[in-house]
Design a protein around this ligand. Structure first.
Ligand code: ADP
Ligand code: MG
Length: 305
């Protein structure tokens, strides 16, 4: 328990109106990790983050940040976490420098311990230190929010969908900075609905779906469950019975379209196509795709059922 950066037990949230966003979620986030909360829109990721941030009131369960229960020690819990919210909300009339100074004031960081310029340099906004925030681009605003979340030097940084709607270059910059912070000892939690992002950054991933954790494992372990590829074949004539040897995951999508899911470690598209031609099936078109998050979900929910 004390080795967790964040520990959540049976966390529940039902919004006014009856939407059950979190259904008894329990989760341990180890100190020192880059932890991904991965899930589709509406899964409950922001709800979880906002409860930790003190922005949403939980309906049940408990949460603990860096050893501090959010109910019993709210100030210590709050001091231990920095949160970059999903929505960019800004006071446009302050400069980045002022924004960080104000935030430091709110967190009671004494003047001598403030590192406003250092943080602005870290997020590459030092040349914008005294520009009005409203003149910053979307990417710059997001970087400023990262700096803002770090003014009190929290051991845990949480980024809620940090790269949603962010261009590729900035995404790469953010990833690099997240890795730097983590190398310096900060535990990083990020929510995302991009499998690719979680895969690139996170050493552990929990998959959230419908307010529940459906998987929680090392990224490498989780990815091993996503070794599927899907081969889509369009045929030149209506399909009869499928040839044997394609496996049970060959499914006729319609009269002339065949979808074959295979494990890329065990089979190759060429062999599968060969089996089809051998069986006298004429192939008009072929496409393949990697199993994506949705496929991983399907697989996991099938296993759970
Ligand atoms: P995610 O961040 O994973 O996309 P959210 O935590 O934002 O998911 O939302 C989880 C569910 O709770 C969704 O069905 C969403 O519509 C609902 N929800 C989120 N915020 C509110 C709110 N303030 N009032 C009512 N329902 C909400
Ligand atoms: Mg969200």
């Amino acid at each position: 328990m004390t080795n967790s950066a964040i520990s959540i037990v049976d966390l529940e949230k039902t919004y006014a109106g009856g939407k059950r966003a979190l259904d008894k979620v329990s989760l341990e986030i180890p100190r020192g990790s880059i932890f991904g909360l991965l899930g589709p829109n509406g899964a409950g990721k922001s709800t979880m983050i906002n409860i930790l941030a003190g922005l949403v009131r939980k309906s049940g369960g408990s949460a603990n940040i860096w050893g501090f229960d959010i109910d019993q020690h709210p100030r210590n819990a709050k001091a231990s976490i920095g949160i970059v919210p999903q929505e960019i909300l800004f006071d446009a009339f302050f400069t980045p420098f002022e924004t960080l100074e104000l935030q430091a004031g709110l967190y009671g960081v004494p003047k001598s311990k403030r590192r406003t310029m250092e943080l602005l340099r870290a997020v590459r906004l030092d040349d914008k230190a005294h520009a009005y925030s409203r003149t910053l681009s979307g990417g710059m605003k997001r970087r400023l929010l990262v700096a803002k979340a770090l003014v009190h030097t929290p051991p845990v940084l949480v980024l809620d969908e940090p790269t949603a709607g962010v261009d590729i270059e900035l995404r790469a910059q953010l990833w690099e900075y997240v890795r730097e912070l983590n190398a310096g000892g900060t535990t990083v939690v990020l929510t995302t609905h991009y499998l690719e992002e979680a895969e690139a950054l996170c050493d552990r991933i929990a998959i959230v779906n419908g307010g529940q954790i459906v998987a929680n494992d090392l990224t490498s372990t989780l990815l091993a469950t996503a070794q599927d590829k899907i081969l889509i074949v369009t045929t030149d004539a209506d399909l009869g019975p499928l040839p044997a040897g394609l496996g049970e995951r060959a499914v006729a999508k319609n009269a002339r379209t065949l979808s074959i899911t295979y494990d890329k470690r065990e089979a190759q598209a060429g062999d599968i196509l060969h089996k089809l031609t051998e069986a006298g099936i004429g192939i008009v078109d072929v496409s393949t795709r990697e199993a994506d998050l949705e496929d991983v979900f399907l697989k996991l929910t099938r296993q759970a059922a």
